[in-house]
Design a protein around this ligand. Structure first.
Ligand SMILES: [Zn+2]
Length: 213
């Protein structure tokens, strides 16, 4: 089963991808991880990617796509995979579709974990991190025993810059501009399935399992 995860940053698609992967015995392939492992192993593609990243430039689609193609041809992907964080744009989706077609393969499901922006901003705004040990909490979903204090080491908890409403809003506008059009793209191809990502995590997963059958 070959699955693409779609959804805004903070919609919880990584968590769901993990659960799908565990349940179906297929790898969860996050683009960030592919980048890191290629760079760490010093592969040809990793070196190319690093050259751009070191200059603060975006890694060109071609390099990213080749890394993904390389990854999904590994042995552990023979029964499928869950792609998380790729494709991010229509051109990437088109390249992926074409490359798979050349190999006689196709994506089975594009799973859209749908969460309205305001929920995401609220969720992220509740996150707290320990300035000392990095432990993470959530004021609503995983509160520390004592307000603003780390359970593990007693240090102060802060709202990270990444989780601040203005940063989250910025990421969401990039998502709306570049990635959200993929929902229409995969709908047209006929493999889009949308789940309500505002439900409890277990319920979201149950909805996904119903779709995957
Ligand atoms: Zn701590």
């Amino acid at each position: 089963m070959k699955i693409i995860m779609l959804g805004a940053p903070g919609a919880g698609k990584g968590t769901q991808a993990d659960r799908i992967a565990a349940k179906h015995g297929i790898p969860h392939i996050a683009t960030g991880d592919i980048f890191r492992s290629n760079i760490k192993e010093g592969t040809e593609l990793g070196q190319q990617a690093k050259k751009y990243m070191d200059q603060g430039l975006l890694v060109p689609d071609e390099v990213t796509i080749n890394m993904v193609l390389d990854r999904i041809q590994k042995d552990d992907c023979k029964d499928g995979y869950v792609l998380d964080g790729f494709p991010r744009t229509i051109p990437q989706a088109e390249s992926l579709g074409k490359a798979l077609q050349e190999r006689g393969q196709k994506i089975d499901f594009a799973l859209n974990v749908d969460v309205p922006d305001e929920n995401i901003v609220k969720r992220m705004g509740g996150r707290r991190a320990c300035i000392n040990c990095g432990a993470t909490y959530h004021t609503q979903f995983a509160p520390p025993k004592k307000d603003g204090i780390c359970d593990k080491c007693g240090s102060e908890l802060v709202l990270r810059d990444d989780d601040k409403p203005e940063t989250v809003q910025k990421r969401l506008s990039v998502y709306h501009e570049q990635t959200k059009p993929l929902i229409g793209y995969y709908e047209q191809i006929g493999i889009l399935a949308t789940v309500d990502g505002t439900q409890e995590m277990d319920q979201v997963f149950n909805s996904i399992e119903t779709i995957l059958g």
